[in-house]
Write a protein that binds this ligand. Structure first.
Ligand code: KG4
Ligand code: ZN
Length: 335
């Protein structure tokens, strides 16, 4: 089964072709980072307008790369939420129209299910059941994944997501958008022990997260008169250490609680090298295997949507003709 995947939920247009027998045939991405960087964050209307311009050239790109005609496509998967409504509507209407024109089924994919399944595109491949830590710009969640579509939410952020904390803190520090990669780069030259930022919600039981106070702690430090720009790398490193420590403490707790021996980590923040190094060290002490998507598939991409859509279509699911998108959508809740 050859499935076209279309991702337009935020500021990346991602298109890919996944074949259930041959694997991933091709993928193409256009990132709007430059477009939004002037504003220090994503401007929803600009995002939608840019997606409109990118979808057709990127589709032609992936077809040419794979050397297939669009008539060979057996199904079309698209992100139907969560995300920015205008951006979602571009991908959803494009996908639905193409599916209608080709007379092929279409399938609405949950963006976070795409992230969650992305590590299954790699080898070695995790096998069900596993624990999943999803860390993106909009979500920080721990799931116990029993099987495809059987996701038990164990904990999530009660306020800012981990990526959002990186982005907001980066903005406070005057760094370029998105803050995650910018803080990570600056932290390489900093001392993570110079500033003691809080590890929120780690001193009480449970698997929920809270990251908004961390950003305020950084703001208070930045406003202190003794702080100079030479100290910014130490602040970046100390902030990053606080986020990573918090994620690690909750992962260890969830692994112990579930007895899971496989941990899947996905979403934009899973590209963070320090997070990966420290998770590896922790996993080694617990006899746990950690799985990630390749760096290009940690952040938003079409491959994860094509893959998740293919698995769903193979299970016999498809989505009706009306174009429905959900800017807020809990995984497991019907569209
Ligand atoms: O998964 P993603 O592309 O989009 C959402 O679904 O939100 O994640 C984007 C987030 C941004 O907040 C970005 O700052 C963060 O991932 N990010 C990182 C790194 N690369 C991307 N955070 C920390 N370290 C990184 N290396
Ligand atoms: Zn994402």
């Amino acid at each position: 089964m050859l499935v076209l995947g279309i991702e337009t939920s935020c500021d990346e247009t991602g298109i890919a072709l996944y074949d259930s027998v041959k694997g991933l045939l091709s993928h193409a991405l256009f990132s709007q980072i430059e477009l939004h960087s002037t504003y220090g964050g994503v401007v929803p209307e600009l995002a939608s307008r840019d997606h409109v311009q990118r979808v057709i050239p990127l589709l032609n790109d992936v077809l040419a790369q794979a050397g297939v005609d669009k008539k060979a496509i057996d199904g079309i998967a698209y992100t139907a939420g969560p995300g920015l409504i205008g951006a979602l509507l571009v991908g959803a209407s494009f996908a639905r129209s193409l599916a209608w024109a080709l007379d092929k089924p279409a399938i609405a994919v949950h963006h976070m299910e795409g992230h969650l399944l992305a590590p299954l595109l790699e080898t070695p491949t995790p096998t069900f059941p596993f624990l999943a830590l999803l860390v993106s710009g909009g979500h920080t969640q721990l799931y116990y994944v029993r099987n495809l579509g059987e996701y038990e939410l164990l904990g999530e952020s009660v306020d800012d997501a981990a990526g959002e904390a990186f982005d907001k803190t980066g903005k406070l520090m005057g760094l370029s958008y998105p803050g995650g990669p910018a803080i990570a780069a600056m932290a390489e030259h900093g001392n993570p022990e110079r500033f003691q930022f809080p590890r929120p919600m780690t001193d009480r039981p449970g698997l929920d997260f809270s990251f908004s106070g961390l950003k305020t702690a950084v703001l208070n430090t930045l406003q202190h008169e003794s702080i100079s720009t030479a100290m910014l790398p130490d602040i970046a490193a100390s902030f990053q250490a606080a986020v990573i420590d918090t994620l690690l403490i909750k992962c260890r707790r969830a692994l112990t609680q579930t007895g899971a021996k496989q941990l899947v980590v996905a979403g934009g923040v899973s590209a963070n090298k320090q997070l990966r190094a420290q998770l590896a060290a922790m996993a080694a002490t617990m006899d746990v295997q950690v799985y990630y998507p390749r760096p290009a598939f940690c952040t938003d991409n079409g491959a994860m949507i094509a893959f998740a859509g293919c698995l769903r279509l193979q299970q016999g699911f498809s989505t009706d003709l009306p174009i429905v998108v959900k800017p807020k959508w809990a995984m497991g809740e019907s569209l």
